[in-house]
Design a binder for this molecule. Structure first.
Ligand code: B12
Ligand code: SF4
Ligand code: SF4
Length: 217
């Protein structure tokens, strides 16, 4: 059951609430006075398709707007958005692991048995809310039972595997004429959650952003 139907319709289908004291080791120290931690994520292309393509970071801006509207609707004035304001203040994948959104995959990114790799964390906030606490569960990785493991053959840099070789991937992506500059062939070869696969436009959007970042590093 989702926490908020309006957020769900706005594309933020992944919604969770934790007692802050149950996850203090995952969050930066200064936010401890709050009572709850709220985590939102998107699945597929609905969130992206509803975003205005304006500004530097339209997806982050939209997530923050929708969340502050939600806080108004639940009557909470005392809250602090951690992500996306501080990009590396907390390890989103460890949080996803705790929530049952994330299992390890051969692709480096997390995988969910239903959504595959076609989801992302959009917002994490601490708040003085009294929302119902989400049940957490462990999900096992679909890679364990994947027949043929097509992602392994699809990666031209042999980056995918039990240990994801980020340097191989980065080198391949930055190579002139690389087919991976604006997409990940291995991610697209994975059959899990293909119903939720991002549109070509969205894939290009995300990979272009990380490509630019890698080029500037
Ligand atoms: C910075 C960052 C990047 C940077 C990393 C460059 C760098 N060396 O600094 C760039 C922009 C390149 C990047 C790229 C991508 N990222 Co990134 N990234 C982050 C971010 C915002 C912070 C990570 C961080 O600095 N943590 C703090 C340090 C101390 O911890 P760390 O473990 O050492 O962090 C390193 C790794 O996380 C690594 N990294 C970052 N992203 C990814 C993705 C993959 C696949 C791998 C193997 C490693 C990796 O870079 C970090 C710095 O060295 C996180 C969000 C978060 N807060 O968790 C997302 C995050 C980890 N990235 C994510 C994704 C999806 C990607 C991309 C696939 C996006 C895309 N479509 O292009 C690419 C994949 C990389 C590739 N194949 O090129 C997702 C993973 C979701 C999941 N389901 O597992 C996250 C959680 C963002 C989100 N909102 O969902 N990313
Ligand atoms: S193709 Fe199979 S092994 Fe590769 S990431 Fe997908 S589920 Fe895992
Ligand atoms: S982007 Fe290309 S090199 Fe990197 S993991 Fe995907 S298929 Fe392999």
């Amino acid at each position: 059951m989702s926490l908020d139907h309006k957020l769900y319709q706005q594309g933020l289908q992944l919604q969770a609430v934790l007692n802050l004291e149950d996850c203090l080791d995952l969050v930066p120290d200064h936010i401890s006075p709050f009572s709850q931690l709220i985590v939102l994520g998107h699945v597929g292309s609905s969130f992206f398709d509803q975003a205005e393509p304006a500004g530097n970071d339209p997806l982050d801006a939209r997530a923050v707007d929708l969340f502050s509207d939600f806080m108004t609707r639940v009557g909470c004035e005392h809250y602090d958005v951690i992500y996306p304001f501080w990009h590396d203040a907390l390890d989103l994948r460890s949080l996803g692991n705790l929530l049952g959104w994330h299992a390890e995959s051969k692709l480096g990114i997390g995988i969910h048995p239903e959504f595959g790799t076609w989801f992302a964390y959009r917002l994490v906030a601490a708040a003085d809310t009294s929302l119902p606490i989400s049940e957490t569960s462990h999900v096992s990785s679909p890679c364990e039972t994947c027949v043929g493991k097509p992602c392994l053959k699809a990666c031209p840099a042999s980056a995918t595997g039990d240990v994801f070789l980020l340097d191989n991937c980065t080198e391949e992506r930055l190579r002139t004429d690389s087919n991976c500059a604006h997409r990940c062939l291995a991610r697209e070869a994975c059959p899990v959650g293909s119903r939720h696969r991002y549109s070509r436009r969205q894939i290009q959007y995300h990979y272009e952003r990380s490509y630019r970042f890698l080029k500037e590093m």
